[in-house]
Design a protein around this ligand. Structure first.
Ligand SMILES: [Zn+2]
Length: 120
């Protein structure tokens, strides 16, 4: 499968969720080393760190959500949130843009980068 874009917030949410799973997985692996208290403790702490990291990411999503713009998707007529100049509809993955200049252009996440690199 080629590159599939999805809404940024959804992407971050997926990332946070996978961090939780990794955390539990690491903790679970630690149980196999229960003969060694030290190794098990290390795994437990590591797993805990992943879960803390995911909490931080969830917190970050909350922060980002305050900066999103609510728009009505022209394709599915649902209210979706977008982040940055271009993003995708959370429901139907319709590319959306706030910048009229980019309207009709092919969706490209690089429009979000404020890359005004002046070659010197
Ligand atoms: Zn939509």
């Amino acid at each position: 499968m080629g590159l599939k874009y999805s809404s940024k917030i959804n992407k971050i949410r997926t990332f946070a969720l996978s961090l939780i799973f990794i955390g539990f997985l690491v903790m679970y692996v630690g149980v196999f080393f229960r003969t060694s208290m030290l190794v098990m403790t290390i795994f437990m702490i590591l797993g805990l760190l992943f879960i803390i990291a995911s909490t931080v990411v969830y917190f970050w999503i909350g922060m980002l959500s305050t900066r999103t713009v609510q728009v009505v998707c022209p394709s599915c007529n649902k209210v979706t949130k977008m982040l940055g100049r271009v993003d995708m509809c959370m429901y139907c993955n319709e590319p959306l843009t706030l910048d009229p200049e980019l309207e009709g252009k092919e969706f490209d996440e690089k429009y979000n980068r404020k890359s005004k690199k002046s070659k010197s």
